[in-house]
Design a protein around this ligand. Structure first.
Ligand SMILES: [Zn+2]
Length: 188
């Protein structure tokens, strides 16, 4: 799928995050979901990596999520030591492990959504998606449209905007709805 379609499905995933996690956690996870959604297609810029190859696998999604999580934990621990004061601005206080875990999970989710979105296209052979590599070279392909189909890209983007906006409105209108934020001990 092209950029527009990927941002559409990323917004749908972000809507699920807002719905399940609640707004306080969504504030730190939704930007990660949006920011990472085009990462697998960096393979188009790097000559020696095959497009729709290793960056379109579950292994890649989990590895990058782990690196993001570890980096966030390390950064928060460092920052807390160096600039204690700045963290008093966060209503939920300092929770490096939890914050790192949820941000890492958000990155993995974003990459998995990208891979899934590409399986909707007709790409096969050289452009096939093999998400289980290296465990299995099974190709997954739903083949609804070409990646460049502008109607499909518009539709996904439009649906993403509508679904995401609706869920944010729901959360704002009904703040008492249960969420994971409460489980994580985050205020709100
Ligand atoms: Zn892709």
């Amino acid at each position: 799928m092209h950029r527009e379609g990927h941002y559409g499905t990323a917004l749908m995933a972000a809507a699920v995050v807002v719905l399940v996690a609640g707004l306080p956690l969504a504030v730190i996870t939704v930007p990660v979901v949006i920011a990472f959604t085009m990462v697998p297609d960096v393979d188009q810029q790097i000559g020696f990596i095959k497009h729709r190859g290793v960056t379109h696998t579950i292994l890649f999604a989990v590895t990058v999520g782990g690196i993001v999580g570890a980096a966030v934990i390390a950064w928060i621990q460092f920052a807390v030591k160096e600039f204690e004061v700045m963290f008093t601005v966060f209503p939920w206080g300092v929770q490096p492990l939890r914050t790192g875990a949820v941000m890492g999970a958000a990155a993995t989710l974003s990459l998995l959504v990208h891979i899934f979105t590409d399986t909707l296209t007709v790409g096969s052979g050289r452009f096939g998606i093999h998400p289980f590599w290296p465990v299995s070279s099974q190709q997954i392909r739903f083949g609804f449209c070409k990646a460049a189909n502008s109607w499909a890209n518009h539709l996904l983007f439009g649906a993403g905007v509508v679904i995401f906006s609706t869920v944010v409105w729901l959360r704002l209108a009904f703040p008492w709805l249960p969420s994971l934020s409460a489980v994580f001990g985050v205020a709100g």
